[in-house]
Design a protein around this ligand. Structure first.
Ligand SMILES: Nc1ncnc2c1ncn2[C@@H]1O[C@H](COP(=O)(O)OP(=O)(O)OP(=O)(O)O)[C@@H](O)[C@H]1O
Length: 381
């Protein structure tokens, strides 16, 4: 665990960049530092690997004061990734990634093998190994930056706005990749961003900082959204808190109906029986594999002729997607009903907006109780 105890950084010109910051950063999780420009995020990150020395307070890594560790040993235990990757322009991609292993005295062959392994891990084609950074896209360069930071297998990764310079689509891909890598490698990651959506997406816990280098709130994303500590945090979180919070509730408890689902080519009797049994206005028609074809309107042909079907919209994956996704599917559906499928795309049932609404009310009520308990723990911390 990394523990910051009342850490302050006062720069020589008198600027207080970080003011009595106390944080406990759990192992093998992603802790995000987020806040407006100039609130002291980068300074905080750099104090952990001693690129900036604190004016007051202590930082302990696994109980050992960073001030008492040789700087080189400390930095080798912490990979560092920055915006625009900061690659060595005159070195190939493979050599960039192998930088720290080579410094540690690994043979060329071993360092090269490690670079190749890491390129695969971060989703880079091995054919890029001999290229130079300028021959890569911004997103690819960021992946190289992550691979380089992981090269000597440090337990800690410090990431300072690593994905800020790429477009939103590439950024989303990089975020997904980071979550996947974290799931596989279980690093302790401290991630700086000024983007609250990125913080909520990536953070196991999120530290919201305010100008003047003070901590405004340290909490799990779902709790931030449901119970911002004050008006500053609420304002920083932006609009749509309630709907965004639904991302943290799985849709698996939804009561899915199978009665309004019929196979294409069903007889008039089967169609009538399905309408009667379900009481639902529309029937979902599926193909021979059980995959959705579209909605059959009341009074339309038995089984639903393809040309008469309404589009079924975007289905959600039962047992995987959140209530937010399920709600979105229902809102976008021409019938107001969402289609639930399994991992292979086969229909497992349908659910109305009303049923999703009830599940949302239930989830919020349960969440409020849990948040009440969680908040107490955080205030104490
Ligand atoms: N070397 C320095 N000397 C004096 N003041 C500094 C120095 N470095 C940073 N500061 C100031 O300390 C404060 C915090 O800076 P820091 O870079 O940590 O903020 P930040 O939250 O990372 O900002 P951004 O999101 O814009 O990168 C700012 O007011 C900044 O101007």
């Amino acid at each position: 665990m990394i523990r910051m105890d009342s850490v302050t950084k006062r720069y020589p010109d008198g600027t207080v960049a970080v003011d009595r910051l106390s944080l406990e950063i759990p192992d093998r999780t992603i802790t995000v530092l987020v806040g407006p420009s100039g609130c002291g995020k980068t300074t905080t990150l750099r104090m952990i690997n001693r690129m900036v020395e604190p004016s007051e307070g202590t930082i302990l890594v696994d109980g050992v004061d960073v001030q008492k560790q040789p700087v080189n040993t400390l930095r080798r235990s912490m990979g560092y990734v920055i915006q625009n990757a900061g690659l060595f322009q005159h070195r190939t991609i493979a050599d960039n990634i192998a930088t720290v292993p080579r410094l540690l005295g690994w043979s060329k062959q071993k360092a090269r093998a490690r670079a190749e392994e890491l390129m695969e891990r971060v989703g880079l084609d091995s054919s890029l190994a001999k290229r130079y950074p300028y021959q890569l896209s911004g997103g690819q360069q960021q992946r190289v930056g992550v691979a380089r930071a992981l090269a000597a297998d440090p337990p800690v990764l410090l990431m300072d706005e690593p994905f800020s310079a790429v477009d939103p689509v590439v950024r989303k891909g990089l975020q997904e990749e980071l979550l996947r890598i974290q799931g596989e490698l279980g690093k302790t990651i401290i991630f700086v961003t000024h983007d609250i959506d990125e913080a909520i997406r990536l953070g196991t816990k999120v530290a919201v900082m305010r100008t003047g280098g003070r901590l405004a709130q340290f909490a799990e994303p779902a709790e931030l959204l449901s119970a911002p500590a004050d008006a500053f945090v609420e304002d920083f979180l932006g609009e749509g808190r309630g709907v965004r919070r639904l991302s943290f509730f799985p849709a698996e408890g939804l009561d899915l109906l199978t009665e309004p689902v019929v196979a294409a080519g069903a007889t008039a009797e089967q169609t009538a029986a399905a309408r009667e049994a379900s009481g639902a206005p529309y029937l979902l028609v599926t193909d021979g594999e059980g995959k959705p074809l579209g909605w059959s309107e009341p009074g339309s042909l038995p089984g639903g002729a393809p040309e008469e079907l309404l589009p079924y919209g975007r289905p959600f994956v039962a047992g995987q997607d959140s209530l937010r996704v399920a709600l979105d599917c229902a809102v976008l559906s021409p019938t107001g009903w969402a289609v639930a499928v399994d991992g292979t795309g086969r229909v497992v049932g349908v659910v109305s907006q009303e049923t999703i609404g009830e599940a949302i009310r239930g989830a919020h009520a349960a969440g409020r109780k849990a948040d009440g308990a969680g908040r107490k723990a955080d205030v104490a911390g």
